[in-house]
Design a protein around this ligand. Structure first.
Ligand code: URA
Length: 201
């Protein structure tokens, strides 16, 4: 029998998870998918109806736009990794509760440990909140920070463009910056935590 990869083993664990209410409502768990060797990891919010049916992330209308965005920088889904903050669909697509985000957070941490991406792209406010707490997406979209050798980059959620057409171009432009950032990943200096910056003065 071929050996299961660590990520595939992790999927089995995630599929058994009963650590929050959402487990009762799901059709399928949506752990994430893509290359285990991906340099680029995209993190969305939570599965919607289509994702819950198929057990795959970003397969509905927002996913179609994400595919287009990836193709604009010459990438296919299987060359990156795509995950969500929450692995099960909140009923009626409601916002995930803080306790659900907390309960699910360990899975994304483990995925990141296994994949070790060079760059994490947050899509929308829930994944942005993990890495850019208390920031506003309208201010920081398209900007980077680097911590512990990972570049974090905030983007609007692709679904935002489906509701507000003017964001389509903003999102498209932010996506187009990614290849250059990635190419210079090793030269980018680490972002100093605010407390350290302040102590310089
Ligand atoms: N929106 C998300 O944030 N994630 C998905 O997987 C699908 C839509």
């Amino acid at each position: 029998m071929p050996q299961m990869s660590a990520l595939t083993e992790l999927y089995k664990e995630i599929e058994r998870c009963q650590d929050c209410e959402l487990a009762k409502h799901r059709t399928r768990v949506v752990p994430g998918e893509g290359s285990e060797e991906a340099d680029l990891l995209f993190i969305g919010e939570a599965p919607g109806w289509h994702e819950d049916q198929q057990g795959r992330p970003f397969v509905g209308p927002a996913g179609q736009f994400l595919d287009e965005l990836l193709s604009s920088i010459g990438l296919k889904r299987n060359q990156v990794y795509i995950a969500n903050v929450i692995k099960c669909r909140p009923p009626g697509n409601r916002d995930p509760a803080p306790s659900e985000i907390q309960a699910c957070s360990k899975w994304l941490d483990l995925q990141i440990e296994l994949i070790r991406p060079k760059m994490i792209v947050t899509l929308g406010r829930y994944s942005m909140a993990r890495y850019f707490p208390n920031q506003s997406i309208s201010k920081i979209h398209g900007t980077t920070k680097k911590e512990a050798n990972i570049i974090y980059y905030a983007m609007y959620h692709p679904a935002a463009a489906l509701h507000q057409g003017s964001l389509r171009q903003v999102i498209g432009n932010d996506m187009l910056k990614i290849p250059q950032i990635l190419a210079q990943a090793d030269n980018l200096t680490e972002t100093q935590p605010e407390s350290k910056q302040l102590s310089l003065f």
